[in-house]
Write a protein that binds this ligand. Structure first.
Ligand code: NI
Length: 176
């Protein structure tokens, strides 16, 4: 079921989400199905449970070719529960981000370029991956949602924060 996505200003987006005690429960399976439907309907690169009003540490992400991110490298579709992130170096990289909870805007955000992430999938299997670039960026963005952090809070250069259709007129037709 497609759910409403909370928008910036809603206090629920600023809360720390809770650990999932049973990743294999029917409740989590139903949550993930709704998250998947909602992300796909909105053409998002990722979605975190608190964005649909559920304060649990669950994120999904994945990019094949996404009209919202025409230059992004593909990221495999992943359902990640209780994620933990470990940077693999201090190196930071600037890149454009958007968010379904901040519709119509994009901003440049510094993120760790390389990291390891670990969590479990809804079958209870451990997921552990070393990633870089856009994949690392997406995981950091989604995990931030679980700690009540929205990407505009990480923007440092506000000359590179603005409306998508003004910044990128060529992709103005892209679905939000
Ligand atoms: Ni977001």
């Amino acid at each position: 079921m497609i759910r409403d996505v909370l928008r910036m200003g809603d206090p629920r987006l600023l809360e720390r989400s809770q650990e999932v005690s049973d990743p294999r429960s029917a409740r989590i399976a139903a949550l993930l199905a709704d998250m998947r439907d909602t992300m796909r309907a909105q053409n998002g690169a990722g979605l975190a449970a608190p964005q649909i009003g559920v304060g649990l540490r669950v994120v999904i992400f994945g990019v094949e070719s996404n009209p919202r991110y025409p230059d992004a490298e593909p990221v495999p579709y992943t359902e990640l529960i209780n994620p933990v992130l470990m940077p693999l170096s201090d190196e930071m990289e600037d890149g454009w981000e958007g968010c379904l909870s901040v519709p119509g805007l994009r901003g440049v955000v510094p993120r760790y370029r390389r990291l390891r992430y670990r969590g479990v999938d809804p079958a209870g299997n451990v997921i552990e991956r070393d990633v870089d670039g856009f994949h690392a960026r997406v995981v950091q963005h989604e995990s931030d949602h679980l700690d009540g952090i929205l990407y505009p809070m990480r923007v440092r250069d506000f000359t590179r924060f603005g409306f998508t259709d003004v910044l990128f007129p060529d992709i103005a037709d892209a679905p939000e």
